[in-house]
Each structure stands twice: as C-alpha cells, then as structure tokens.
Design a protein around this ligand. Structure first.
Ligand code: NDP
Length: 485
C-alpha cells in the first residue's frame, strides 16, 4: 500500500504535479524508523527546462498585478496552511523526523507567518518622489524576475515559504529545489498557493541533488539565487551566481557563541542553552553551540543542565509527548557520532549523552561536553546535531575576543542581568542575529541572517524585500535640455 507521505508526483510545475521517472530515484527515508516511505525522481534536464521556462513566462503577468492582489493570494495561502496545520506538520515529521510537538508550532505555522507578513507588505512596496527644483526623480521598486530557491533539510516547509513569500510579494516567480533529503513539504506549499488563487507557474518545485541546483543557478534566465545550506555549498553557489552577475541571498552555517555571565538567572540560561542546542535535535543553523559560562557559576550551570537534559523524551516523533527526535538521516547521524568521538579523544569532559540512542532510527542522545577549549574540533566546526560544547571564561573582554574567533557569524546570545553589559557585549559580537536573555527566536518581523562566512543578505522582515527587488530611478526634466553643442 502506498504510504500517505508519497506525493502524487515528484515535481510541481505550471500549477500541477509533473512526473518524469527517467530522473535518478531519490528514496525518502523516515528518520525515526529507517523505513523508506516514498520515492521521488530527480529532475531531468527536460524538467528543469520546463520549470524555468514556465516561471520566466508566468512572472511577467504576476508582476503586472497590483500588490494588493498579490498580497491577497499570499494571505489566503497563509490561512489554508493554518487550517491544514496538523496534516502539514505530520508530513514535516515524516520528511525530517522532527517531533510533532515541534512541527505543530514551528514549521507550517512559521511558513504561514511569512506568507501573511509578506502578503501584508505587498501593497506597500512603492518608490519615492525626489524633488529636484522644477524637475524631479521618481523611483520604482521592481521585481528582480525569476528567482531560484535552494533549501536545506532542517525546515523544509519554512524555508520554502521564507524564500517564496517575499519573492512572490515583490512580483517575482520562483523555482524551488528542496534538499534531496526532505523533498516532500515544498510540494504542499506549491499546491496551497494554487489553491489560494496564485497563477500557474509562479511557484514551481523541482527535485534533485546538487547538480539540479547547479543547473538552476547557472541558467542565464535566472536573476536571483537564495540558498540555505552549508558554507562550502554557499561558496560554490555564490561563485556560480557571480558568473551571471545574479543577486544572491546566502543563509549558511554557524558555530555561534552563547555567553552566560555569572549574574544570569541560571534556569533561564539553561533553558536558552537547551533551546539553542537541542531543538530539532540540534539541526538548526543559528544554534549557540559554543556555550561560554563564566567560571563562578560553571558547576551549578552544568548540574542544572544535566538534570534538565535528562528530562528529554526521546522516542516516536508522532507522539506529541516526545520532545526529542532523530537526526534527519543515517549519514547525518554518523557525522554527529564522529564529532562526539572527536570530543572524547581530544579530552573534553562528557557530562551527558555521548552515543546513539538504543532505538531504531537515527537517534543521537542530547550530548553535553564541558571543559571544551577553543582549539578542539567540536568547538570549531559546525556539527549540526545535538552536541553542546561548554567552555569557561573569566572576563568580558576575553570572552568577546574568543566568541569572535571563528570564520562564522550567524548568531550570538548573552545571558546577564546587567543590561548595560548585555548591550555592550552584543555590540561587539560579530553576528547577524543576536539574542539577549533568550535564544533562537526567529519571528518573521525580525531580519535573519549572518555576517562573515555565515552569509550575505537577510531573510524575513522588511529587509528581505530589499533582497527580492531592485530600484529603478527616473529623472524627469520639465524644461529644455541644455547641451554643449
Ligand atoms: P548543503 O549545503 O549540503 O545543501 C544545501 C542545498 O544546496 C541542498 O538542497 C543541496 O542539494 C544544494 N546543493 C548542493 N550543492 C549544490 C551546488 N553545487 N549548486 C547548487 N545547489 C547545491 O546543506 P544541508 O542540506 O546539509 O543543510 C545543512 C546546512 O544548512 C548547515 O550548514 C546549516 O547551518 C545550513 N543552514 C543554514 C540556515 C540559515 O538560515 N543560515 C538554516 C538552515 C540550515 P542536495 O543536498 O539535495 O544535494
């Protein structure tokens, strides 16, 4: 019998599901059991061509609609997503293995927020009037054209919407390629947009591995590429886009610092460290995986952290009581277990976890290492799993320098009850998305993105509009034209 997660077809182009079984089969594995639940096929060159030519053509009429009309469609799509939240969350859980407890509140709902927010902004995207004496200049905020979105596997619904919603609000069309590991959810976003009244062809989904992504990025018809992925992939995609002078948004990896001063509320700081390391089993780009704890509270912090981590309910992600799910794939589980072994070999002190959970599926226990030093592999490389490194520090000046000593710059957090210190420290941290006495909140109203190797551009908020539109300026002369001859 066909599994309920099996989509009608692999791709969604020009308003309908499209199949081409000549492409490489991509098995969809449910991470909690290891079973294959669906199969999709990577896009063949013919499918890529169909998606790009459709999106290019559909964009022209879409951009001519008023912002109010475009916005209404996006807001209707948001309503449909909320009505179907349960069904979409179950699918997200099948796609990623994340517990339903999380997917019910953080995935389709976050996608719906983006559709609603950018739908609301669509009608207000205007230019300005610049008086020049008797003459004037006016500006027009125009769509870029055809945008390509490429997603990572940790938030497949959210990423499809975080890229699609601002792109469509500005009058662009999109071809979106999900990660091959989580191909299911973006198809639903495309289906819902059509149900909400979107014209066929403005939001298309094609499946495939890196080479399909690469074919999309290098196509001369594409005007913008928005990637969520790792730094190495980001460098390749950025370089390929530069060849065609295309606009880019790069949402890449991190190794973010979370700094806990000894005057902080310990339980709040522990809660922040848990949210910043174990949500989605640690598969979150902005995670604060280098937890710097001031020496005076170190042992108290570690004791409370170990106690609360012991309360994680690891198990069937479809059970709403479960609070901690598996890694997305066997491959990712093995990468994470490899880092845990490195941590042990390099002399970090294991506080809790440290191995594969005794279950079917790709579960790794929530793991905390203490006495981690700046040069250890687990403190330098992005693990993308539930492995927290706790490092000690003495002074504010020292911790700022150590926190910034990384190629990454996505996020940073500070826990302290001294607000002058909180702002002073945040002001010096090299990171794009920061938190004071909190961690990992990502509301659509706030800009999200990194500095340094963690990326360029911003998603969400009004900032995202700048990255999905361009400004045309028009000088209007009222009098005669003077010329030298
Ligand atoms: P990857 O970088 O491996 O892949 C990202 C996407 O790019 C996938 O869809 C992948 O396809 C595709 N891709 C790979 N090579 C190319 C290429 N040459 N040209 C075009 N596309 C290509 O990342 P993961 O999927 O492993 O995701 C984890 C990473 O994503 C982590 O580093 C994490 O930090 C980052 N991330 C960043 C976020 C942010 O907002 N800053 C949010 C979430 C994750 P495929 O995998 O199918 O081969």
């Amino acid at each position: 019998m066909t599994h309920p997660a099996q989509p009608k077809a692999s791709h969604f182009i020009n308003g309908e599901y499209v199949e081409d079984t000549a492409g490489t089969p991509i098995p969809v594995i449910y991470a909690a059991t290891g079973e294959q639940i669906a199969t999709v096929y990577a896009a063949t060159p013919a499918i890529v061509e169909q998606a790009l030519s459709t999106a290019k053509e559909a964009q022209k009429a879409w951009a001519k609609m008023t912002g109010t009309e475009r916005g209404r469609i996006l807001r209707r799509a948001a309503d449909i997503m909320r009505e179907r939240n349960h069904e979409l969350s179950v699918l997200e859980t099948y796609d990623t293995g994340k517990p339903l407890q999380e997917t019910l509140v953080a995935d389709a709902t976050s996608g719906a927020d983006a559709l609603e927010y950018f739908g609301g902004l669509a009608a207000s995207l205007t230019g300005e009037h610049i008086p020049m004496g008797e003459d004037w200049v006016y500006t027009v905020r125009e769509a870029l054209g055809l945008c390509v979105g490429i997603g990572a596997w940790n938030y497949p619904t959210q990423i499809a919407c975080w890229k699609g919603a601002p792109a469509l609000a500005c009058g662009n069309s999109m071809v979106f390629k999900p990660s091959e590991t989580t191909p299911l959810c973006a198809l639903k976003v495309a289906e819902i947009l059509i149900e909400a009244g979107a014209p066929a062809g403005i939001y298309n989904v094609v499946q495939g591995m890196g080479e399909v992504g690469s074919a999309l990025v290098t196509d001369p018809r594409v005007d913008k590429v928005s990637l969520t992925g790792s730094v190495p992939t980001g460098k390749k995609v950025y370089a390929a886009a530069a060849e065609g002078m295309k606009h880019v948004t790069m949402e890449l990896g991190g190794k973010s610092p979370l700094i806990i001063f000894d005057d902080a509320d310990i339980d709040n700081a522990v809660g922040g460290a848990i949210n910043g390391n174990f949500y989605s089993s640690g598969q979150v780009c902005s995670n604060g995986t280098r937890v710097f704890v001031q020496k005076g509270i170190k042992e108290k912090f570690l004791a409370r952290l170990a106690e609360r981590t012991g309360n994680a309910i690891i198990g069937d992600p479809m059970d709403e009581a479960t609070s901690f799910g598996p890694m997305v794939s066997e491959n990712q589980m093995n990468i994470v277990l490899g880092y845990i072994e490195k941590g042990k070999e390099e002399g970090a002190r294991l506080i809790c976890g440290g191995k594969r959970a005794d279950k079917d599926g790709f579960f790794v226990e929530p793991t905390v290492f203490a006495d981690v030093t700046d040069d250890m592999t687990i403190a330098r490389e992005e693990i993308f799993g539930p492995v927290m490194s706790v490092l000690d520090f003495d002074t504010e000046e020292e911790v700022i320098a150590r926190a910034n000593d990384t190629e990454f710059g996505l996020s940073a957090g500070v826990f302290t009850n001294d607000f002058s210190r909180a702002h002073r420290v945040i002001g010096q941290l090299e990171a794009g998305s920061c938190f004071i006495n909190s961690y990992n909140d990502a509301p659509v109203e706030a800009p999200f993105g990194g500095v340094k190797a963690s990326g360029v551009g911003r998603e969400n908020s009004k900032e995202a509009i700048k990255h999905f539109s361009q400004v045309k300026s028009v000088y209007v002369r009222m009098g005669d034209v003077e010329a030298a001859f």
